[in-house]
Each structure stands twice: as C-alpha cells, then as structure tokens.
Design a protein around this ligand. Structure first.
Ligand SMILES: *Cc1c(COP(=O)(O)O)cnc(C)c1O
Length: 378
C-alpha cells in the first residue's frame, strides 16, 4: 500500500532548516532574541496592525487575550460552537462560562443574527457578555461586516480567533486585523507553522504590553523579580521564531498551492450529484483546508462511509469540528443552537489539503473518491 496521505502536514524546506540552524548557532536559544522581535514586526506589517506578541501557542494567545480584556471568573464569553476545542478551553481557563452560538448554514461561521439574539438576551438577563470570540472557520473569516456593529451595539469587545485564517481577507481587510485583538496559531497542521506557537495581534500598545507582561511570568521591572500578578510562561522561543519567519516568507506560495487543490476539488465534485465544496465562495479564503458537504437527501452516500473508504486507501480525512455544544465536557453550557453546525458536522468531510502534497498524491485521492462514489451509483 502507498504511503499514508495526511490532511495537512508541515511544509518545511531547506529555507526553514537553514533559519533554525542559524538561530541555534546564534546563541539565542531562548524565549527572547532578535528572531522573535523580527517575526513580530514582519507579521504585524503583513496583517497591518501596530503590535504583535509571539507566544507558545494560539491557545496561550487566546487565554492572555481574554485576561487582558478583563474577563474574570463568572463572566460569560460568547463564541462559535463550530470550532476546535482550544477556543472554548481558553475561555474556561479564565473561569468564565463559554456561551455557544450556532453556525451560518453556508459558511459554518458564527451566525450574526443568532449573536444579536444572544447578546440581547444576556443583556436583558443582567448578565451581559464580557467578550465575543468569533472563529474564522477553516480559513474563511467570520462575517465581521455584520458582527462588528452588533458587538458595538452591546459594547462588547471582540477577540478574533484567526488561528485558521492567516492570509485570508474580508472585504479586502486581512484576517487578524479585526476586533480589539486577534489570535493566530502556528501549530504543525496550520497554514504556516513554528512546530508549535501562536501570536496576539492588536493596534493597542497597552494591550500588547500587558499580554507580553503576562506571558513572561508578570515580572515587575525591577532586578529582584517583584510580582504583583499571576503570570504565565507563554513566550515563543527564538529558534521557533526563526522557523516562523522562513515560513512567513513562503506563506503566499503555500496559500496558492492550497488554493490550487481547492479549485481542483471543486472541479472534481462538480461531477458528483449531492456533493459540494463546503463554505460557499472562496476568493478571500486562505484555503487552509478543503471540506466537502454531502446532501443527505440526494444519495445514501454519507460522510462516514466516505471517510471509511478513504481510510482503506490509507488517506486521512476527518469530519468538520464536532460542535462544542455536543462535546461531553461542555454539555449544559448556555448557547443559541439551531442545529446548523450539527448538520455540517454530520455531513461534512475535510480532505487532504496540504501545500506539501504532491500531484501524484492528489491523483490517488481523487481516484479513491471516484471508486467510492461509483459504488453508490453516483
Ligand atoms: C489551532 C486552533 C487553535 C489553537 O491553536 P494552538 O496553537 O494549537 O494552541 C485555536 N483556535 C482554533 C480555531 C484553531 O484551529
């Protein structure tokens, strides 16, 4: 059997190898150093924000972003139910309660109408939301054109979870530039990686400074290490920042490659009745992952059978994120649920989309898909 084809593997070239080697040899093998400063500056420029703080993970960036917004135990933080658990986990680290808002039926992103209802009800109940954390699903930004005025109306700050959308835009504005602050992830499967890492982006100097302070154990600026707050060890390593800079220099080419797979999957599924590319139009997406959605009324082909068939061909695929309101660990949490995300979870399947994937691997995938759908007479 041929080598396993993964959903999205790190795309590492000699450029990255050289950058890491140089950083190690420079002596700055620490969570401080010139690569971190340069990485922050280059990313801030790319996104068009004033400040960037490099951290050990996207989850850490969410956590410190929430703390810096002043989120405290007992608060309610509204977020998308269709997300990776990290978003909801970070909310619980602050001992706030996550409140889950269901998906737009097409994009899977937070449904603005439902957000409006949620914020109205929470305000009426005397428990206004402390923050809203919209998630940019699979490389498409949330609909900030609608979300921003709603949050303004209720005077609730936005912390944008842009972990999946680096390189995407919304009405021409880069992902990561929305909200009071935004969060990126450089985990191994993301569109670019530092093997593990994250970043907080903001236009506010005080905000960035507070995140930086909390990320380095909240030390007061005196020689004897005075502490007046609980801090965290969340800073990015200088060696990993070097890896990040090399990846950032290749980001556009990696996005192009993923977009190419998206276009070809789109052509491929156009021939299959009842199967579509998930998410609607994609001109502004970074095409991080390509998912298909299967209309359950047109055939008895299901996402599960397709997943199992691909697995037999040693090809990785996986459902969309299982919504947070369906997760045992978050059961009983409040929310505005319509069932849209559950339908997407049950009928969606994410296909290998990595920028490191080869032409021959892509052909193996489409051949396997053809064989499976033929069995269903499609
Ligand atoms: C990956 C991801 C995160 C977490 O980032 P890490 O760097 O893995 O901690 C947060 N939110 C979303 C939506 C993600 O996809």
């Amino acid at each position: 059997m041929s080598e396993r084809i993964f959903l999205s593997r790190p795309d590492i070239t000699e450029l990255e190898e050289q950058a890491v080697l140089a950083a190690v040899r420079s002596g700055w093998a620490a969570p401080a150093g010139p690569e971190i400063d340069a990485f922050e500056q280059e990313m801030a420029e790319r996104i068009g924000v004033s400040y960037a703080v490099a951290l050990s993970s996207g989850t850490a960036a969410l956590h410190l972003g929430l703390l810096t917004l002043g989120v405290k135990p007992g608060d309610i933080v509204v977020t998308s139910t269709m997300t990776f658990a990290a978003t909801a986990n970070a909310i619980t680290y602050t001992r706030a309660t996550p409140y889950f808002v269901d998906s737009d039926p097409v994009t899977g992103n937070m449904d603005p109408q439902l957000l409006h209802e949620a914020l109205s009800e929470l305000t009426e109940q005397g428990t206004p939301a402390a923050a809203v954390v919209p998630v940019d699903l699979l490389g498409k930004t949330a609909d900030y054109t609608q979300l921003e005025p709603i949050c303004e109306e209720f005077d609730v700050p936005i912390l944008a979870d842009a972990a999946e959308s680096l390189g995407a835009t919304h009405n021409g504005r880069p992902a990561g530039s929305f909200g009071k602050a935004a969060v990126l992830s450089f985990n191994g499967n993301k569109i670019m990686t530092t093997s593990g890492g994250g970043m907080l982006l903001t236009d506010e100097g005080d905000f960035a400074q507070h995140v930086r302070y909390l990320s380095t154990q909240a030390r007061q600026p005196v020689v004897h290490y005075e502490h007046t707050d609980i801090g965290y060890n969340y800073r990015m390593s200088n060696v990993l920042a070097a890896l990040g800079r090399a990846q950032l220099s290749r980001l556009d080419e990696m996005i192009e490659r993923r977009r190419c797979w998206r276009d070809r999957y789109r052509d491929f599924v156009a021939e299959i009745p009842g199967v579509d590319i998930f998410g609607g139009t994609d001109e502004e997406d970074n095409c991080w992952l390509t998912s298909i959605i299967i209309d359950p009324s047109t055939s008895n082909l299901s996402a599960d059978t397709l997943q199992a068939g691909l697995q037999d061909a040693n090809i990785e695929s996986r459902p969309l994120w299982k919504p947070m309101h369906l997760q045992p660990v978050f059961s009983g949490q409040p929310g505005k649920i319509t069932g849209a995300s559950q339908r997407q979870f049950e009928s969606g399947l994410t296909l290998p989309s990595g920028s490191e994937m080869s032409e021959s691997q892509f052909e193996l995938i489409t051949n396997a898909l053809s064989r499976i759908v033929e069995q269903f007479g499609l």
